[in-house]
Design a protein around this ligand. Structure first.
Ligand code: DX5
Ligand code: ZN
Length: 224
């Protein structure tokens, strides 16, 4: 798997023409579609569910759909997203009563499984489950809204999780979400991330391809 995965968050896309927005951002060089699911319960906002995921598949989207569940409870909705065409499903440990069980549930439905750590969630939550995961997602903002500022302590946390993954020696993707822009993505890559969610930085720009190319160039430069 590439270690510079650009995953635009459609939270900042124009929902009135979502299919076209996703087509355009993929044509502009994006790798994954980051799909933010909010329930007005686990987080104070409400977005989109499995029907919208399925609509994107029916529209012809073949790129991986990276579903970020900010919902509680988690397990009830997992099979629906798998059926709707999700490729990866990530969830917050605080929102699941049995974290290991939820990971197994996601994998049993043929999807890759990810665990999401909020800014204040300690990395120890990964102990005993890291080897079962395909992805770790570090939140660099508090979940619920696009357009927030990157929390700098995420860089140290990225380095800590990077070394846990390297020590384990398994191909687990390390993704970061929140406040990622072309001007900080280099530092984020240098701290060990290999997948980058960006919502407002891409969808609020007039030229999606230009921003994505600049992001890739800055990641390459930071890695030397
Ligand atoms: C926040 C979401 C993010 C958000 C990122 O809860 O998980 O994916 O859309 O948006 P930006 O890139 O604008 O911070
Ligand atoms: Zn997200």
């Amino acid at each position: 798997m590439s270690n510079c995965i650009i995953a635009p968050s459609i939270l900042s896309a124009n929902f009135a023409k979502l299919g076209e927005e996703v087509d355009n951002v993929l044509a502009a060089g994006a790798d994954w579609v980051h799909f933010d699911v909010m329930d007005n319960h686990y987080v104070p906002n409400l977005t989109i569910g499995p029907m919208v995921c399925q609509a994107l598949r029916k529209h012809g989207v073949t790129a991986p759909i990276d579903v970020h569940l900010m919902v509680e409870p988690v397990d009830r909705i997992v099979p629906d997203f798998a059926e709707a065409g999700a490729s990866l499903i990530s969830f917050h440990p605080e929102a699941s009563r049995h974290v290991h069980r939820t990971i197994q549930l996601i994998k049993s439905h043929g999807c890759k499984a990810g665990l999401v750590l909020n800014p204040a969630t300690p990395v120890e939550v990964l102990d005993w489950v890291l080897e079962d995961l395909d992805l770790v997602l570090l939140m660099s903002v508090n979940p619920g809204f696009g357009g927030q500022a990157f929390i700098p302590s995420t860089l140290d946390k990225l380095r800590a999780v990077r070394s846990m993954i390297d020590k384990l020696g398994k191909p687990i993707t390390l993704e970061v979400d929140g406040g990622v822009k072309a001007d900080n993505i280099g530092a984020i890559a240098a701290a060990g991330a290999d997948a980058f969610v960006a919502g407002s930085a891409i969808f609020n720009a007039p030229d999606y391809a230009g921003v994505i190319a600049q992001m890739r160039a800055n990641v390459a430069a930071a890695r030397g």
